[in-house]
Design a protein around this ligand. Structure first.
Ligand code: SAJ
Length: 417
């Protein structure tokens, strides 16, 4: 039996790629939701029913729930029955997790508590982070630490997000969720809250296992992409088409190799495995090696382009895609973007034409330079000596390949094979 405490008002701390969709689906499910963000422009956008980033289907739900009055945003942490902390956990130093955003969120929540509240950590974090969040809050409110397990106490839980950018509004409703409580009651209360919007299975465990499960999922994917990336380097040197190789090997009933690319980007898969490594450096050998392989792939691509460009006078490179993956506008931790930046720096007397249909202006690192320009696909290909495919955006797939004749094509995504 879950503790009998209300879960009507929910405050979501951090209105980013995960927090805002979470707030929106909770509001859609009938909760009264108050989103909190330190960024006034995010707060302003949400209150106007707008979304500060591209995510299929999100704006409609935000606009609808704001108009109905079930979702609003502010910069101050309010009183609420439940809190969901969805703030960044970047790394610092030697790939240690930086828990300072979680700490700041916890410090904002503590003064608002009156007992009986559920506090959920959604941010991906290393084993022990939920206990850390609880310690920060209980350190500020020691009166709640004295009577654990009573309805007047606080309930701490971890429910790591697992949604795929680009499919967030579907996966948030349908994916199974792992819910790890610091106590059984906390896990049950967390399950009751998430059952209001999630039709997937809600799997209860303890907080440390839930923390590790999330890291394990992303490390699994990272290791498997590293395998594909390593194969792509070996195959290239052996004169073998890696895409054909993988397709053939995947006909085996128990083989399922992922796809190589220019490297691994985004704020999850390129980051989270480090939290396992930093928790146990001595034993996380494979996970650390996979990170190394994936992080080295952009340099392999850069070297290949420079080698080809070396033979040309005033080489023009069309870089197709700088987002971290297909059909999104997210440039964070994007290997494609760093490849474009380094090419712009190193191409002698050359030019880089960036084709990125999901953005209207170039990021800071690529602006204000005479040798870089945002161009449309047809124009860039026409002007380029080297066409470098970095992201498999849909519009690139249907490009007329006749127009590639006489171009040097370096295709890191196997788009046009
Ligand atoms: N990539 C490849 N080859 C592949 C698949 C992906 O090179 O075969 C690259 C992508 O181009 C991209 C990176 O890997 O640069 C990551 O992309 P992704 O689509 O694998 O994953 P993310 O980072 O968008 O989202 C992941 C998901 N985790 C898993 O699939 C295990 C998502 O479910 C998580 O919620 C998310 O991380 C997160 O927030 O942790």
């Amino acid at each position: 039996m879950s503790p009998n405490v209300p879960l009507d008002t929910v405050s979501v701390i951090g209105l980013g790629y995960i927090g805002l969709p979470t707030a929106a689906v909770l509001a859609q499910a009938g909760k009264s939701v108050i989103g909190v963000d330190i960024d006034q422009s995010t707060v302003g956008a949400v209150n106007a029913g707008r979304v500060p980033f591209v995510e299929e289907g999100l704006e409609t739900v935000v606009a609808g729930t704001v108009a109905r009055g079930t979702l609003r945003a502010q910069t101050e942490t309010p009183e609420a029955d439940a809190y969901i902390v969805s703030v960044p956990t970047p790394f610092k130093g030697d790939h240690e997790a930086d828990l300072s955003y979680i700490e700041t969120a916890a410090r904002g929540i503590a003064p608002r508590l009156s007992g009986g509240e559920l506090i959920v950590l959604e941010s991906t974090a290393p084993p022990g982070a939920t206990e850390f969040m609880a310690d920060v809050i209980l350190g500020m409110r020691p009166e709640f630490a004295k009577e654990p397990n009573l309805t007047s106490s606080l309930y701490f839980s971890h429910a790591p997000e697992r949604v795929l950018p680009g499919r967030i509004m579907v996966e948030m409703l349908e994916n199974d969720r792992i819910i790890g409580g610091l106590t059984q009651e906390a896990a049950e209360l967390n399950r009751d809250l998430y059952a209001s919007f999630c039709t997937g299975e809600l799997l209860l465990t303890d907080a440390r296992t839930a923390e590790m499960a999330k890291l394990t999922e992303n490390a699994f994917r990272d290791v498997n992409i590293a395998f594909a990336n390593e194969l792509s380097i070996i195959a290239d040197r052996q004169g073998i088409d890696v895409w054909e190789l993988i397709e053939l090997a995947n006909h085996h009933p128990r083989v399922n190799i992922l796809q190589p690319g220019p490297g691994v980007g985004g704020h999850c898969i390129a980051v989270d495995p480090w939290f396992i490594v930093s928790a146990d450096r001595e034993h996380a050998k494979l996970i650390a090696a996979a990170r190394g392989v994936n992080d080295s792939k952009p340099q392999v691509v850069i070297d290949k382009v420079l080698e080809r460009a070396d033979r040309l006078k005033k080489p023009v490179v069309a870089a197709l895609g700088i987002a971290f993956k297909a059909n999104i506008d997210d440039l964070r931790e994007s290997p494609s973007k760093s490849i474009a930046v380094e090419l712009a720096d190193r191409l002698e007397d050359g030019q880089v034409l960036i084709v990125e249909p999901n953005i209207d202006e170039l990021p800071r690192e690529l602006t204000g330079r005479a040798d870089v320009e945002l161009a449309d696909l047809a124009d860039a290909v026409q002007r380029a000596d080297i066409v470098l495919v970095l992201v498999d955006h849909d519009p690139f797939k249907v490009f007329d390949r006749e127009k590639l004749q006489e171009k040097i094509v370096i295709d890191t995504k196997g788009l046009w094979r």
